[in-house]
Design a protein. Structure first.
Lengths: 413, 432
């Protein structure tokens, strides 16, 4: 028994208005053959990550579909947590000096956590790389199917750390990746792709009254009546936040009324993050039309929603790893986007149809100007983007993929 | 120069409708005397935490009324921030084995930051212990120190570990002024600076406190699975023993016998690196058990300022069952939304609640249940208390009062105090 989480009840039927009655009926039909299936989701944190957001939406909905779904959090002690962080960095492609001692710590906690798994399940889904080795130590759940759902882009993982992990992954029955490009080619177990998705009913995506949007903007000093470029990104070098300021400068030469809002999705807590913030702050300090939020207080979902909704153009200039799902959030709100062709962004942005792709600062500037100058074209992209998300990136599609996988595992068993 | 923090502009005039002409003129009167004064605030971080939140409002307002205010953060590597975290905790009463090496690290980064200090100001406000030794080294290096220097201490020093306070004290004693949150927080052996107390305040125009339509409030509640049609009580606090989350569930259960429709919303402010917070979170979840009318939410779940605002507004009664508390500003937040508050009689809470008028101060769980039931049974009395709470907060705990206190202190320290403006100030001059 690991950490328990407080989840709200959700009724799938509430999604009918957005996803259509037929989709809901199809989901119910797909769930019928696996009613009561006991599924355990394991993750290292219950909050604050894209993984947690997906589980927070999908677990109550799968429960409503009649499955017996659990979500438990394998919490780490201080020394295990620092090894976990290093492993996360190494798997994301950053260079980490990995020691034998770290391997030992990792395995020791995997063995300890393995011992704690006493309840029986039909399917066990491990959502983070850190608890993967548990599979090798668990003595219960002999008939359970084990699934690795990696939410990370493992394609450029540090080889020695990946090799360590791979030995354990090979014992799983299935691996799920969020995108083809995130997957490893060097595993022999079956691989499925399940794209992440947004929850259209969450506070992040609910409709907001205009006066509330204005209040949130004005609290940050942003003028709601002038055009807004917005980039949301973690505060790290790969987000190219100063590059966004450069692009805004170019746009501003012709469009002096344009404001730039940079929403920091993570707060700089380590030296590289602080350095990144300092670079950005020194560029912004004398620019009254550049806004860095939040200052001081972290933003909640309604505020993030408001910033996305207010963007005349949404920008994603850089991205280290991951899916960049807030672009889907923005598309759902009908916002035109200009993004770099990195990570999985091109899956969300089909160039010229659901948004524009740009690489250099100059390309960004000219794409942004094109959208500012052609509101009709921008509106068209936004509409297409909304439809694109409706068909491919909603939580109902994610549930459908999951039900298909659970059905096939059930048949295997 | 240290690292400058860009802030976003604010207008004092936007507050006129909230605070009225008289309070506005008082602020503008002080501003007149301080026109053009160069002010620098220095703290450790632009992020996460009450101090940064206060500065993000205070600095733009100072600029708007004609001062020339700037905000800079000190520079440091991880070793420095590890030491200052230990320093912060030990000054709040947690024991640390304090080594000479830690002291050296603290001093050397203060020296380094003092070397980067290259401008002169009329007022320099140094926040909290991290950069407190900067003026010592500035004087050492340049032989002088321009302007008035104020140390703003946001923490309660009552139970400070004595050897750590002894490291800090000689540096604090060189300041012209020192500001504490409550007179009780001041150490008796602090001599030198003129001492003031300025309690914290809420920003009525921020997304956390701004008026929301009842449609928006209901909509937000529904997104989190809370039924807007049924009565709800809430506590917004960290999950730790001092906020008694388990006791809150017990109190709710007592009331639920009589009001079976009642819902409880508990919103935790969690830090991902705080194992104790997690363990209390889990204990709270277990105590809630299978009762799905108890909703346990957190900032890490996306619950932010607007959401908290909505839950406070929607609550029949707001609970703050603290058994130990700092200032407990969340009480003023709830009062500002016109809700009566039942709260522990500890820390800064008695300053915010007029017992029996704007809410109730309680000392035991039984008392808490009893007062909660009284307010649930007597909706009209609850609403009247809430309405009085709004006026109480308007008078004492809005960010404009906080601004005025700073201006008043600047005037006093620079000998510009005028008899006319000091009439109804609530800032206390503790010791000259």
């Amino acid at each position: 028994m690991y950490g328990t989480l407080a989840l709200s009840h959700r009724a799938l039927d509430e999604l009918a208005g957005v996803a259509g009655e037929r989709t809901i009926a199809e989901l119910r039909a797909a769930a019928r053959s696996i009613e009561g299936l006991r599924v355990l989701n394991l993750s290292v944190t219950g909050f604050g990550t894209g993984t947690a957001e997906l589980l927070n939406s999908s677990v109550p909905l799968l429960t409503d579909l009649g499955l017996d779904v659990h979500w438990q959090v394998v919490r780490a002690s201080e020394d295990a947590a620092s090894v976990n962080r290093a492993m996360y960095d190494a798997l994301s492609g950053r260079s980490v000096s990995w020691t034998q001692e770290m391997t030992d710590t990792w395995l020791r906690y995997a063995a300890m956590n393995g011992d704690l798994l006493t309840e029986e399940f039909d399917v066990i889904i491990v959502h983070d790389p850190q608890p993967l080795a548990m599979r090798s130590y668990v003595e219960t759940n002999l008939r359970a199917k084990w699934v690795m759902h990696s939410h990370l882009d493992l394609s450029s993982a540090q080889p020695e750390v990946w090799m360590l992990l791979r030995g354990h992954v090979e014992k799983f029955d299935l691996a799920i990746f969020p995108a083809e490009s995130f997957a490893r080619q060097d595993v022999s177990i079956p691989v499925r792709i399940v794209t992440p998705a947004i929850d259209p009913l969450s506070a992040r995506n609910m409709p907001l009254p205009d006066d509330l949007v204005r209040t949130v903007l004005m609290q940050s000093g942003v003028d709601p009546d002038r055009p807004i470029l917005c980039q949301m990104a973690p505060c790290e070098a790969a987000s190219d936040l100063t590059g966004v300021v450069d692009a805004w400068h170019l746009v501003k030469e012709r469009r002096p009324d344009v404001q730039l809002v940079i929403v920091l999705m993570t707060q700089p807590t380590d030296p590289t993050g602080r350095a990144c913030y300092e670079d950005l702050a020194s560029r912004a300090i004398d620019e009254p039309d550049v806004f860095i939020v939040p200052v001081g207080r972290p933003l909640g979902d309604v505020e993030i929603n408001a910033f996305q909704r207010s963007a005349t153009v949404m920008v994603q200039k850089g991205l280290r790893k991951g899916f960049g799902l807030w672009i889907s959030d923005a598309l759902w709100k009908g916002r035109p986007c200009v993004v770099a062709p990195v990570g999985s962004l091109p899956e969300q942005i089909v160039d010229g149809e659901t948004g524009l792709l740009a690489s250099t600062t100059e390309e960004f500037a000219s794409c942004i100007e094109r959208l500012l100058d052609n509101p009709e074209f921008a509106g068209k992209l936004g509409e297409n983007g909304h439809r694109h998300v409706a068909s491919r990136f909603l939580i109902t599609r994610y549930l459908r993929d999951y039900l298909a996988i659970l059905n096939s595992l059930h048949r295997m068993a | 120069m240290l690292g400058s923090v860009p802030t976003t502009p604010k207008s004092i005039e936007a507050y006129r409708a909230v605070i009225g002409d008289e309070r506005m003129e008082e602020i503008l009167g002080f501003a007149q005397q301080l026109r053009g004064a160069r002010v620098l605030h220095v703290n450790a971080t632009a992020f996460g935490g009450g101090v940064a939140e206060i500065l993000a409002t205070l600095i733009p307002l100072m600029n708007d009324i004609g001062l020339d205010a700037d905000w800079q953060v000190i520079r440091g590597a991880d070793e420095f921030f590890n030491v200052t975290k230990a320093m912060h905790n030990s000054l709040q009463g947690m024991y640390y084995d304090w080594t000479p090496a830690m002291r050296e690290i603290w001093l050397s980064y203060n020296r380094m930051n003092a070397e980067a200090f290259d401008a002169s100001y009329d007022f320099v406000v140094i926040h909290d212990p991290q950069p407190a030794a900067v003026p010592t080294f500035l004087e050492e290096r340049t032989g002088r120190r321009d302007g008035k220097w104020v140390w703003r201490c946001h923490i309660d020093l009552t139970d400070a570990q004595s050897d750590v306070w002894d490291i800090l004290r000689p540096h604090v004693e060189r300041y012209d002024g020192a500001i504490f949150t409550l007179p009780d927080y001041v150490k008796d052996d602090l001599a030198g600076p003129e001492i003031f107390s300025v309690p914290p305040a809420i920003d009525p125009l921020s997304p956390k406190n701004v008026d929301l339509s009842s449609e928006t409030v209901d909509e937000i509640l529904s997104r989190y699975g809370v039924d807007p049609q049924r009565p709800m009580v809430t506590q917004i606090s960290r999950f730790d023993p001092w906020k008694d989350p388990l006791g809150v569930i017990d109190v709710y259960r007592t009331a639920k016998h009589e009001f079976p429709d009642l819902q409880l919303v508990m919103i935790a402010s969690m830090a991902s690196d705080d194992p104790e917070g997690w363990s209390w979170y889990e204990r709270t979840v277990r105590r809630a058990g299978e009762d799905f009318d108890i909703h346990i939410l957190s900032n890490l779940n996306g619950v932010g300022n607007v959401e908290v605002n909505a839950f406070q507004r929607a609550a029949r009664v707001v609970i703050q069952k603290s058994v130990r508390e700092g200032f407990g500003l969340v009480v003023s937040e709830a009062l500002w939304k016109g809700r009566p508050v039942v709260a522990g009689n500890v820390g800064g809470i008695p300053l915010q609640i007029e017992d029996g008028k704007t809410g109730f101060l309680v000392n035991t769980a039984d008392e808490c249940s009893e007062k909660l039931l009284y307010l649930l049974r007597n909706r009209k009395a609850a609403d009247q208390m809430g309405a009085r709470g709004v006026e109480f907060v308007r008078d004492r705990f809005l960010t404009t009062r906080y601004l005025r206190d700073y201006l008043h202190i600047f005037c006093q320290l620079s000998g510009k105090e005028s008899a006319t403006t000091a009439s109804h100030t609530r800032m206390q001059r503790v010791r000259p």
